[in-house]
Design a protein around this ligand. Structure first.
Ligand code: SF4
Ligand code: SF4
Length: 69
C-alpha cells in the first residue's frame, strides 16, 4: 500500500555533466560517484535530498525532485 509520503532526491542530467566531482565532495552521505570518469550518478537509496550537490554543481545539471516513497 502506498503511503503517499514524498521524498526529495537528486537527479543528474548525465548528458551535460562534466564530471568535475564537486557534487561528490559536498555530499554528506556519499551518495554520488563519478562513473567511468564521465558522469555523476546518484545512489537514490542513500540520497537524503539535502540539495548541496545541486547548489555546488557548476554546470547546473542536478535537480532535486520529489519522488514517491
Ligand atoms: S558537480 Fe555537476 S558537473 Fe560536476 S560531477 Fe557533479 S553533476 Fe557533474
Ligand atoms: S541531495 Fe544531498 S544527499 Fe542527495 S546526492 Fe545531493 S548532496 Fe548527496
Amino acid at each position: 500500500m502506498k503511503t503517499g509520503i514524498k521524498r526529495r532526491k537528486a537527479q543528474v542530467d548525465r548528458a551535460d555533466c562534466v564530471a568535475c566531482g564537486c557534487c561528490v565532495k559536498v555530499c554528506p552521505v556519499q551518495a554520488i560517484e563519478i562513473v567511468r570518469g564521465v558522469t555523476a550518478r546518484v545512489n537514490q537509496d542513500k540520497c537524503v535530498g539535502c540539495g548541496r550537490c545541486a547548489a555546488e554543481c557548476p554546470a547546473s545539471v542536478i535537480q532535486i525532485r520529489e519522488v514517491g516513497a
